[in-house]
Design a protein around this ligand. Structure first.
Ligand code: ADP
Length: 452
């Protein structure tokens, strides 16, 4: 199981890493596209600047000075300029040869106009889909890679990319290189869809990881609670059995003392009833898992039902509680499963007693509101925190508070209560404050009981 979680985690982390790498390379490829754009802009600007100078001198530049029939690499050409005639070797494989030739032809007559070149370069970038950011140029001696002239501003911010060197004379001795600020915002804007997709995938992956951890920790918690519940259950089951066995053994000894044997029999009955109630609760909870919960509902007199509850918790043996029952209903009967509903009330009252210090003060208030029957069980006991309030109806849940942990219990009582109340189409809610007591309110709808 552990290795499965590890594998899942590994896969999820790999997805996230993959996304990160994907985004990085996508950004780099968009950046490369920008580099190509500025390279083209620079090449175009150089051509245009030369053309401009050439035109100023009254010439026209031919960008394809090759003879179509001649396929040799080096072509010796006779060049006739305005007032001179000379021969040059043109390298067919050198794509800048025309440019260099043109530079060569006019360089002595009209030198390169740096300011114009810069303007043209920026204009060309402006014609592309990128906005013009900061740019500067460097003139390089290509023989020793020495920077002859640099327009680099003194303070630079942001990241810059540079073009290749574009040779600007026939002797391959001088080149030009342009630098431009990376338009990160524009690139990121271009990547919006990919970023959204990738972000959502990473978010989903993160949610999955957190959900996984949540499930693992929840499972561990439930397993721990289940384990301690089983331990408590074993203890709780053993107690009534051993009490009943001890008392049963005493009956033959005191068979002549009717008072004693009657009391022992009554106690045995009480302990065995407790055992039956426990087993019933567990049975119902496990049945509810299989959606097999069956209730035998019948019409029950409200007054009789709550009198029985009062009797159960009154008397010398039950002096741990001061139980008040307030009946404020006009209806005489309600439609319930008497056995299970009695167990529900027992659970609530017993909890109220169990989670109170000293003699418990418990009030059961039965009243009607908007055609619904409400039963409130209120105590002035230890109360509970809001975290506990959110979990007490969960299976095996028990508060971590010292006052609760000291008391016996296996965290199934309220799960059973909620199940039975639901079986009566009702709801149960709790109002409680730590140290101030708790109130459980059951609400049964109009349809769940009949008028007599
Ligand atoms: P158990 O009482 O066996 O622990 P329950 O399901 O009956 O199991 O109750 C679940 C938890 O709810 C208890 O462990 C306790 O933390 C809390 N609880 C229930 N009733 C009360 C109450 N009247 N006052 C304070 N806490 C209560």
């Amino acid at each position: 199981m552990k290795s499965l979680w590890r594998l899942v985690l590994f896969v999820l982390l790999s997805i996230m890493l993959g996304q990160g790498v994907w985004i990085y390379y996508m950004y780099e490829s968009y950046k490369q596209e920008f580099v190509w754009t500025i390279e083209n802009s620079l090449a175009n600007a150089v051509y245009m600047e030369i053309s401009g100078r050439n035109e100023q001198l009254g010439g026209v530049i031919s960008f394809a000075p090759y003879d179509v029939q001649d396929t040799s690499r080096y072509i010796r050409k006779k060049i006739t300029s305005a007032d001179t005639v000379f021969w040059v070797n043109i390298d067919r494989y050198d794509k800048y040869s025309t440019l260099k030739l043109a530079q060569f032809l006019i360089k002595d007559l009209l030198p390169i106009d740096i300011a114009k070149l810069d303007t043209l370069f920026r204009q060309e970038i402006g014609n592309s889909r990128y906005q013009i950011g900061n740019t500067y140029m460097e003139y390089i001696d290509l023989k020793d890679n020495r920077i002859i002239r640099s327009d680099k501003p003194k303070s630079l911010s942001g990241s810059y990319v540079s073009t290749r060197e574009i040779p600007i004379d026939i002797n391959n001795s001088q080149g030009i290189r342009a630098y431009a600020e990376v338009p990160s915002n524009a690139i990121l804007r271009d990547m919006t869809i990919q970023l959204i997709l990738s972000g959502s995938l990473i978010l989903i992956t993160l949610c999955c990881i957190f959900y996984l951890f949540y499930i693992i920790s929840e499972q561990k918690k439930i397993e721990k609670m289940r384990q301690s519940s089983v331990n408590a259950m074993t203890h709780e089951f053993k107690r009534p059995i051993s009490v009943a066995v001890t008392l049963a053994n005493l009956i033959p000894i005191y068979k002549k003392d009717k008072n004693k044997t009657d009391r022992y029999s009554k106690n045995i009955c009480q302990e065995l009833n407790k055992l039956t109630s426990y087993t019933e609760q567990i049975q119902q909870i496990s049945k509810s898992e299989k959606a097999e919960l069956q209730l035998n509902k019948s019409e029950v007199n409200i007054r009789d039902f709550f009198s029985a509850l009062k009797t159960k918790y009154t008397g010398t043996e039950n002096d741990k509680a001061d139980l008040q029952i307030l009946l404020e209903v006009k209806r005489k009967s309600f439609y319930i499963d008497p056995v299970h509903f009695a167990n529900v009330m027992d659970n609530l009252v017993e909890n109220a007693i169990k989670y109170s210090e000293g003699k418990a003060n418990v009030t059961v208030h039965v009243f009607e509101r908007k055609g619904r029957l409400l039963i409130s069980v209120k105590d002035k006991g230890v109360g509970m925190s809001w975290i506990d309030k959110n979990h007490i109806f969960e299976r095996y849940y028990r508060s971590n508070h010292k006052e609760v942990q000291q008391k016996p219990g296996f965290g199934l009582g309220l799960t059973y209560v909620k199940l039975i109340v639901k079986g009566h189409d009702g709801t149960i809610r709790v109002k409680s404050r730590l140290g101030e007591g708790s109130e459980f309110i059951i609400e049964i709808p109009w349809t769940a009981y009949v008028e007599t």
